[in-house]
Structures are given as structure tokens and as C-alpha cells.
Design a protein around this ligand. Structure first.
Ligand SMILES: Nc1nc2c(c(=O)[nH]1)N[C@H]1C(S)=C(S)[C@@H](COP(=O)(O)O)O[C@H]1N2
Ligand SMILES: [Mo]
Length: 245
């Protein structure tokens, strides 16, 4: 029952934020039978349907042209705050000279990309707020290549629904195509004016300032364009998939 309560709280919080839809209404809109609530599997099905329904609402409300708030350099938080599903001393490193980003899925060109490839592309810089679902945040400066440019370069099918990411620490996550194409979504090479340090995602991390921090994967190893929901490490444990911030 504990799992159900966690999910119920996530759903409640979301709907408290978004407005006053009753759970029954949502269950009906989500196409599931409220009579289901009498069994464990039924409750599970209804709750997950609601979480997915909420993803659809968030996706629908998302406007690719709406930008995340930006800040002046004077507001940058130093030091930044490290987070991962393990402690900082366990952070892995790779040789930047041999590292490649594997490319897969619905793309025309699957050749892996090197750091030199990314350095050779147009760089975008931003000062934005990174917000962790655990309730803390910091303002930082990230720069790198807009993901939209990379998707264009590899000939990605922009009608596909998802862009999935794998990391060499066995983390993974995925985002919707409209968020992938949003201009502030960048494959980050530099943090605070210098190449990413290992704890903060070296050699390459995604930065999605319109979403919560767990949707910004560090230590990238692979990118895939797909119509099958790749899910994610925290998403699998019940965190809302869309997680707009
Ligand atoms: N590869 C990888 N990426 C990750 C994580 C992780 O454990 N591994 N943690 C996520 C979470 S929950 C947060 S809040 C941010 C933390 O980023 P930071 O270290 O720059 O604060 O990274 C996200 N990306
Ligand atoms: Mo997080």
C-alpha cells in the first residue's frame, strides 16, 4: 500500500498545482473504470493512468516558444550543489579524447559524435535555475550545443515522440520531442565558464531548464530518437515523467 500512497501524493500535488479536477473525473477522462478502485491492481492502474494523463496535460500546456527564466551573472550560486543517486566520491570519469556519444533510433546518421564534433558546433549559453524535486535549487551558467541543432545534424525524425538518453553511470531518462527542440535545451560542454567537472556531468550532460533536475542527465553515453517511451531511473520509481518546472 505504501507505493500507492506515494503515487497518490504525487498525483494530489500535481492536481493541487494545476487546478481542481477530482480524481474520479480524471480517472474517467483517463479512460479507466473507477470501480477498479476496489482492488490493489485496480488502484495501481487508476493511479498510473492519472500520472500518464497528467503527462498529456503537461505536454499539451507546454509551449516550445516559452522560455525558462534567466538570471544575471551576479545571481549565480557558488558553489553549485552536486547530486546523483550515489555519493560524489563514486563519480566515474572517462577519457575525453576517446569518449563518443552513441547515436541510435529514428535518425539518418548513426555515426557517434566526439567532443570535437560538439565543440565545432554553434554554442548557446544560459544562466538558469536548476531545481531538484527534493526541494533545493541553484542558479548556474551552462553552455553547449542546442539539442535541436544536434537532432538536425543527425537527421532525426522530429515527428518521433521521445529522445532518450543513457549515461555511463547506468542512469537514464527521456524527454518529449517538443522539449527536445526548445531552444534552451542544450547538450552542455561548459559549466561556469570551464569544461564540465566530473561531478557535474563531464564530458557531456543535457541541460533542460524547463524541467526538474532529474530530467537533465549527466555523463552521457547514448542518445536515441524513438516512439517507444524509454522511461527513466526516477520515472520508473514513480516520479512524474514530464516533470515541467
Ligand atoms: N547520469 C546521471 N545524471 C543525473 C543524475 C544521476 O544520478 N546520474 N541525477 C539527476 C538529479 S536527481 C539531479 S537533481 C541532477 C543534479 O545535477 P547537479 O549535480 O548538477 O546538481 O542531475 C540529474 N542527472
Ligand atoms: Mo534531483
Amino acid at each position: 500500500m505504501k507505493d500507492h500512497r506515494t503515487q497518490a501524493r504525487l498525483v494530489e500535488r500535481r492536481f493541487a498545482l494545476k487546478g481542481a479536477l477530482s480524481l474520479g473525473t480524471v480517472a474517467l477522462l483517463g479512460g479507466c473504470d473507477v470501480g477498479d478502485l476496489s482492488t490493489h491492481e485496480g488502484i495501481d492502474r487508476v493511479l498510473w493512468t492519472m500520472l500518464r494523463f497528467d503527462d498529456r496535460v503537461q505536454a499539451w500546456l507546454f509551449n516550445r516558444r516559452r522560455l525558462a527564466a534567466t538570471f544575471p551573472a551576479s545571481e549565480i550560486t557558488r558553489p553549485a550543489r552536486f547530486n546523483a543517486f550515489y555519493p560524489e566520491y563514486q563519480v566515474q570519469t572517462v577519457d575525453p579524447a576517446t569518449w563518443r556519444l552513441e547515436i541510435g533510433g529514428l535518425v539518418a546518421d548513426r555515426r557517434p559524435l566526439s567532443l570535437a564534433d560538439f565543440r565545432g558546433m554553434r554554442q548557446e549559453s544560459q544562466i538558469t535555475r536548476h531545481i531538484c524535486i527534493e526541494g533545493w535549487s541553484y542558479i548556474g551558467q551552462w553552455s553547449g550545443v542546442p539539442l535541436a541543432d544536434v537532432l538536425k545534424r543527425i537527421g532525426a525524425d522530429s515527428r518521433a515522440r521521445y529522445v532518450g538518453f543513457k549515461c555511463f553511470d547506468d542512469y537514464w531518462t527521456s524527454i518529449d520531442m517538443p522539449s527536445a527542440l526548445q531552444p534552451q535545451t542544450i547538450l552542455t560542454l561548459d559549466f561556469d565558464g570551464a569544461p564540465l567537472d566530473p561531478p557535474f556531468g563531464a564530458p557531456l550532460r543535457l541541460r533542460v531548464p524547463t524541467k526538474l533536475g532529474f530530467k537533465s542527465p549527466k555523463y552521457l553515453s547514448a542518445l536515441t530518437v524513438t516512439n517507444q517511451d524509454p522511461g527513466g531511473y526516477w520515472e520508473k520509481q514513480g516520479y512524474n515523467w514530464f516533470s515541467g518546472s
